[in-house]
Design a protein around this ligand. Structure first.
Ligand code: SF4
Length: 496
């Protein structure tokens, strides 16, 4: 690779964390952690998908995938000069930029770059996915600078095998620029990081969970008492807080109300008070969680705790776990776990598992149903659209719209409670309340990897691990409900 070149993987990482790019270039590599089994599965799935898409290249294709790395650029240039209709495994570089588009396709006098991706090519609004667009734009930029492409365009072959054209000049939204302008901004930042001119720092964010630098960054964040350790205060918001509070302790002391009231740009007073209160909890040793008002929760005779596992690669919802707690009298409670698990990867099994779970969830109209985050509702809508014979769209809306069906995270925990914790994931809150998962490395991402291995091997021990993990997630939801019911109520702003 050219020394100090900006690469496509840097631009991809930049969309989630600039510090990752810095650490990959200049960090102490002995501090990197091993990639998780889930990340390794992502790599494997990506490589498999690419191999499947490129299994039968048309005659005349210049296939450089097996060519020695140090000859790739030279061979790519030769194939382009010879007018190859399609080049696989190309490497192109110029002006400190380097890209390896999966495909280079000749269209008239142009070579158009394309990438093969195991994800969907567009975002929820149908626009080119930011991270993919950055990568395609880098290859297009190199080709334009080299005189091999006349327009800012490329394409992505997505997980379904469909080709999606990327017109990089199309505006992405009313107020946002084009994919090309986003690429130029990313390129500017990447170039500054590569040349050592841009200072980056860690920030607690969603990307940390799967990042190989997570332990290293965690230490730095805790040592610096960084404000992103406050739940939901991400790196962008940190910039707004910078003039007023750089640490959790400083945020905890921000004056709100009175003559010296602080105004943080873009953050309303109520939200600011919420962050301040959470910072106070974090910086008060021994502080405990509280509700900001009386919670709209009550015990019921029958309670169902729902948790769903999904394999995004196979596009299957493979497990609906339901923990049922029944109260038949004072002090008389029973619990039973039901695992509606697919036993093969076919549509018939997905439909059967969905149908069984839906029947159980709707059998008792008085049962209270608890789940964690809007994911379950979104998935049930998607499953209903796929299997309309199981239930109607109205029935799904009725199930999730009834007051007895509660999203504990978004209806209760986030808006109505504060915890002395750095995040509000179910793992963090349930562990804080004393619950321990049986699995040493519990995560939904890992469960997908187990599920795939179980399908391939039929190994009963793996099946048990999948079901136990899901059962523990359901029990954790019950533990959190009980914890919420026991929380004291404290008025906002009141000191612990
Ligand atoms: S752990 Fe988080 S902050 Fe650190 S490099 Fe990774 S994503 Fe960035």
């Amino acid at each position: 690779m050219a020394a100090g070149a900006v690469t496509a993987s840097m631009l991809y990482d930049l969309t989630s964390c600039a510090h990752r790019v810095h650490l990959d270039l200049f960090g102490d590599r002995s501090r990197r952690e091993k990639a998780s089994a889930f990340v390794e599965m992502l790599w494997r799935e990506g490589a498999l998908h690419e191999a499947r898409q490129l299994a039968s290249p048309p005659p005349g294709t210049a296939d450089l995938r097996e060519a020695p790395a140090h000859l790739r650029q030279e061979l790519t240039a030769a194939a382009m000069a010879a007018g190859a209709p399609l080049i696989l495994g190309a490497e192109i570089a110029t002006d400190g930029l380097l890209a390896r588009p999966d495909l280079l396709r000749r269209e008239g006098r142009d070579y158009v770059p394309g990438d093969i991706k195991a994800g969907v090519a567009v975002d929820a609004k149908g626009r080119p996915k930011h991270a993919y667009a950055n990568q395609v734009a880098l290859a297009a930029d190199i080709l334009i600078r080299s005189g091999a492409l006349s327009g800012r365009r490329g394409f992505v072959v997505d997980r379904s095998g469909a080709e999606v054209a990327y017109d990089l000049d199309t505006p992405l939204g009313v107020r946002s620029g084009s994919a090309w302008s986003a690429y130029e901004a990313a390129l500017g930042l990447a170039s500054a990081i590569v040349s050592g001119q841009a200072a980056t720092r860690p920030a607690a964010c969603a990307a940390c969970k799967l990042c190989v630098w997570r332990g290293h960054c965690r230490e730095a964040l805790v040592a610096g008492d960084d404000v992103t350790l406050v739940p939901h205060l991400g790196p962008r918001m940190r910039a707004a807080f910078e003039p007023h509070a750089r640490t959790v302790a400083e945020l905890a002391s921000l004056p709100i109300g009175g003559d010296s009231e602080v105004v943080v740009k873009g953050i309303g007073r109520e939200r600011l008070a919420r962050f301040r209160d959470r910072a106070r909890l974090l910086s008060s040793p021994g502080a405990s969680a509280y509700a900001r008002s009386v919670l709209p929760l009550a015990r019921a005779e029958r309670e169902l705790f729902l948790d769903i596992e999904v394999d995004p690669f196979g596009d299957r919802t493979y497990l609906h776990g339901i923990l049922e707690r029944t109260r038949s009298g004072p002090g008389r409670e029973t619990e039973r776990f039901h695992a509606h698990l697919m036993t093969d990867d076919g549509e018939g099994e997905e439909r059967r598992a969905f149908s069984d779970a839906f029947k159980q969830l709707t059998a008792d109209p008085d049962a209270r149903i608890y789940y964690w985050s809007p994911y379950e509702r979104t998935l049930y809508r998607a499953l209903q659209a796929r299997y309309p014979d199981v239930c109607s769209a109205d029935e799904v809306e009725a199930l999730f719209g009834r007051p007895e069906t509660i999203d504990l995270l978004n209806d209760i925990v986030n808006p109505m409670t504060d915890w002395p914790l750095h995040d509000h994931s179910i793992k963090t809150i349930a562990k804080h309340l004393g619950f321990r998962w049986r699995d040493a490395e519990p995560s939904g991402a890992a469960s997908i990897e187990w599920y795939r291995r179980w399908l391939a091997s039929g190994d009963e021990a793996i099946r048990r691990r999948i079901v136990e993990y899901n059962e523990d997630d359901c029990i954790a939801t019950r533990v959190v409900l009980d914890g919420l019911l026991a929380l004291p109520v404290r008025a906002p702003g009141e000191r612990a």
